[in-house]
Design a protein around this ligand. Structure first.
Ligand code: DGY
Length: 371
């Protein structure tokens, strides 16, 4: 039986109102009431009844609990297909909302910021701690505030750095590939021998929250010695021995494993370059869970292929998600698709941190995590 008297509106009614309501009543689905957007049918606002709440344009899907929390305090527009949005779509989204919540994979350039500032946009509440994808000069010039989500992803990212260290040192990637290819010929004393971590030296570049969490795990969990480079003096490490060295070169020379934890900036661009790679021990590992920009990937691939390095474990890449073919071809690498913060707990906490920052901002209070 027709619901509305028109087949087109019947279809829309069933798809967006009747069926979701039925699923909602059965507890299968949270509600989305779509406002048909000028951009795409798949950009939908949740509960439109919440007049007076600030609106927020969310570029990618979040874990369910974080989306639910956001919907309590804001009128969000979610990108239901979770596809990468174009700059024009983000500009239109920011201009028509009070805030935008982008992620590391959204380049928020001057075009988007200016469009936002010329429209309703007042806040960029980033879902993530790294903010090198946002043009700060343009945000400051346009009077747009920026927040991020530090702290909540420290443990998850440190765990992933240790995952990479272990996968390399115990040759887990190679072993898994061998087994799946049907090439495992059985146990033998010399098969895929890796190297122990105990007593080896972990070098850390950037001793912030994540660098310290990695050092703690490596020292207390795996008996590694810690040396590190940090721009400013670090005096608050007492639970394990850690030596601060004066320059990046000294850390490169000593480390059996070098892990990068500095933020991406003009100062840290290619901080691990061909010259510094050449100073490293020939069996040393390089680990990167920070940003692709901090390593010269061409130089790294060349050093790996020339066997001037023991291996590399990378979770981040300069042109991600496109990976330099030279890195893909390089031996002894473990390559992951930017999984540092990818636990349900952490990604939910990141979303909640966005909610807290945006709530403070629109209540006229200082941002909790201003950038
Ligand atoms: C960040 O937050 O900067 C991470 O790289 C994404 O989790």
């Amino acid at each position: 039986m027709s619901q509305t008297g028109c087949p087109f509106f019947d279809a829309v009614f069933c798809r967006y109102i009747k069926n979701p309501l039925k699923q909602y009543m059965r507890g299968q689905k949270r509600l989305y009431f779509p406002a048909v957007s000028a951009q795409t049918m798949a950009m939908t606002n949740t509960d439109q009844s919440s007049a007076g709440k600030p609106s927020i344009f969310v570029t990618r899907r979040w874990p369910a609990d974080a989306e639910a929390a956001l919907s309590q305090y804001f009128v969000p527009t979610f990108n239901l297909d979770d596809r990468p949005l174009s700059a024009a779509e983000m500009a239109a989204g920011f201009a028509s909302h009070d805030a935008i919540a982008p992620t590391v994979s959204d380049k928020i350039g001057a075009d988007i910021i200016t469009a936002g500032a010329n429209g309703k946009g007042r806040l960029i509440a980033n879902f993530g701690v790294g903010v090198n994808h946002i043009d700060f000069g343009a945000a400051a010039a346009a009077g747009i505030a920026v927040s991020n989500t530090p702290g909540v992803l420290t443990d998850a990212t440190a765990d992933l750095a240790l995952t990479l260290i272990l996968m390399l040192s115990r040759r887990a990637g190679e072993g898994e590939r061998e087994l799946r290819a049907g090439e495992w010929q059985g146990w033998r004393p010399t098969h895929l021998m890796g190297r122990a971590l105990q007593g080896k030296t972990l070098g850390i570049i950037g001793m912030g929250r994540i660098g310290k969490a990695v050092a703690q795990r490596a020292a207390l969990g795996f008996g590694m010695k810690i040396v590190f480079y940090n721009r400013s003096r670090i005096d608050d490490i007492s639970a394990y021995p850690a030596r601060q060295l004066d320059d990046v070169e000294s850390v490169c020379q000593i480390a059996d494993c070098l892990s990068l934890h500095c933020a991406a900036s003009a100062d840290t661009f290619h901080i691990l370059n061909a010259e510094r790679l050449a100073m490293m021990k020939p069996d040393a590992y390089v680990i990167n869970t920070a940003r692709g920009d901090v390593i010269d990937e061409t130089a790294l691939a060349a050093a790996l292929s020339a066997k001037q390095l023991g291996g590399a474990g990378l979770d981040v890449f300069q042109g991600e998600p496109v990976i330099d073919p030279a890195l893909l071809a390089a031996p002894n690498t473990v390559l992951l698709p930017h999984l540092g913060s990818a636990t349900v707990e952490t990604r939910t906490a990141m979303g909640l941190r966005v909610v807290e920052n945006a709530s403070a901002f629109f209540a006229g209070q200082p941002l909790i995590d201003p950038v």
